[in-house]
Design a protein around this ligand. Structure first.
Ligand code: PEP
Ligand code: MN
Length: 439
């Protein structure tokens, strides 16, 4: 294997590993582990995203803000997958569009933080940077960055992706299972009941097709791709390999990687890294993004204008999207660049509840998606997808929605290791509303 060399560039948001030799060892281990994904799968995803960029499809991207090793269980993975599959079927059926399903799963273990230190009751410790770096417990031991966690990240991701592949290819995602995804607590909710009606219509359509002798292979399986933020370059670089077919570099830690709002410096190491790999990639764009900065990112990340290569994930906040986004979209249209536009209605809408919990209002999330659709409809570009933080469980982290999580409910099931996620019912509710917007 020939060695890959990387330029020395400033990398924001990296851990302060205390032991350089231990880091080098972890990276040596990673460099020879088998790839988690195959380059051909990444290319296949690029080609599906190319269709979306041309208006023929919709991206559903979702999962935890921060996966944890403790929650990397069969139950948790199945529940997240169920949420994604239910949302995807609502969107596919409601909008008659192919839905490209991408999980924030099997690798979403690193987190950027606004402060290096977290202070509680006068005690300051290094911030939690995701299970790939340190532990969430507020103790000095847990917060020391440990590079062997990068190796643990690889193994946790491999196990999760293996189960995702087994479920989605082995019958669990068969369209004849649409009802079974709606069992448990979600079934009795208002969106759950609406879902049940839709599932009955799908059943009738399937029975009709079967009676006509049609039983397409496509109905038996779903493709769910794995994505995470390419934040920890000490993990992503050793996971980057030269594809023997083409000589191109692929980051084989996941199918799709994105660059976060805090690390998209045009001269920084993250953008340089993303520019060298062939995977489809995304960039988050917050409310301070300018048309100039976005154009520079297009030039750097996709100089060849390859459809499906680059996704722009806007996360402006519901109060700013209608003001900030039009100039950016128009300037991208002028360049003729075939980007895929995706709306992250979560990260611009975070607020603190009176109890101190970090939360988001379901109505803000919904309103940002509406604003995203309005801007794209007005300009004539395709609103190509949503990027959501969600879980498969009945958590109480985001406020509102038909289930009506209230401020008083927040402490009951506030389980996220980082940002607040939509619960199953809120996710399904959102899917129905987005499907209506797509019609
Ligand atoms: C995230 O996706 O969890 C995140 C930190 O997003 P952003 O980079 O947009 O703030
Ligand atoms: Mn987040």
């Amino acid at each position: 294997m020939s060695a890959i060399t990387w330029p020395e560039l400033e990398a924001a948001q990296q851990p302060n590993w205390p032991d350089a030799a231990a880091l080098a060892h972890a990276q040596d281990v990673l460099r020879v582990l088998p790839p988690l994904v195959f380059a051909g799968e990444c290319d296949e995803l690029t080609s599906k995203l190319a269709d979306v960029s041309q208006g023929n499809g919709f991206v559903l991207m979702g999962g935890d803000c921060a996966e944890t090793f403790a929650a990397n269980t069969a139950d948790s993975i199945r529940a997240r997958l169920k949420t994604l599959l239910q949302m995807a079927i609502v969107l596919t059926y409601g909008a008659s569009l192919p839905v490209v399903k991408i999980g924030r799963i099997a690798g979403q273990y690193g987190k950027p933080r606004s402060a290096d230190l977290e202070t509680i009751d006068g005690v300051s410790l290094p911030s939690y940077r995701g299970d790939a770096v340190n532990g969430l417990d507020f103790t000095s031991d847990a917060r020391i960055p440990d590079p062997m966690r990068l190796v643990q990240t690889y193994h946790a991701s491999a196990a999760a992706l293996n189960l995702v592949r087994a479920f989605t290819q082995g019958g669990y995602a068969d369209l004849r299972q649409v009802h079974s995804w709606n069992q448990d607590f979600v079934g009795s909710s208002t969106p759950g009941k609406r879902y049940e009606q839709m599932a009955a219509e799908i059943d009738r359509a399937l029975a009709f097709m079967a009676a006509c002798g049609a039983d397409p292979e496509e109905f038996r399986r779903a493709d769910v791709y794995a994505s995470h933020e390419a934040l920890l370059l000490d993990y992503e670089k050793p996971m980057t390999r030269i594809d023997s077919r083409t000589g191109n570099l692929y980051d084989v830690s996941g199918h799709f990687l994105w660059i976060g709002e805090r690390t998209r410096d045009i001269n920084g190491a993250h953008v340089d890294f993303a520019s060298r790999i062939k995977n489809p990639i995304g960039v988050k764009l917050g409310p301070k993004s300018s048309p100039d900065v976005v154009r520079a990112l297009l030039d750097k990340l996709d100089p060849d204008n390859t459809p499906g290569r680059l996704m722009l994930i806007t996360r402006m906040g519901s109060s700013q999207i209608r003001d900030v986004m039009p100039a950016i979209v128009e300037s991208v249209v002028e360049t003729g660049h075939p980007v895929t536009w995706v709306c992250d209605p979560m990260h611009g809408n975070t607020r603190e509840a009176a109890s101190g919990h970090k939360t988001r209002l379901f109505d803000d999330v919904l309103d940002e998606v509406k604003g995203f659709f309005e801007v794209h409809r007005a300009i004539g570009t395709h609103p190509g997808g949503i990027h959501i933080e969600l879980t498969g469980d009945d958590v109480t982290e985001c406020l509102g929605g038909v289930g009506g999580v209230s401020e008083d409910d927040l402490p009951f099931r506030y389980e996220t290791a980082c940002d607040p996620r939509l619960n199953r019912v809120q996710s399904l509710d959102l899917a129905f509303q987005v499907a209506d917007m797509l019609r």
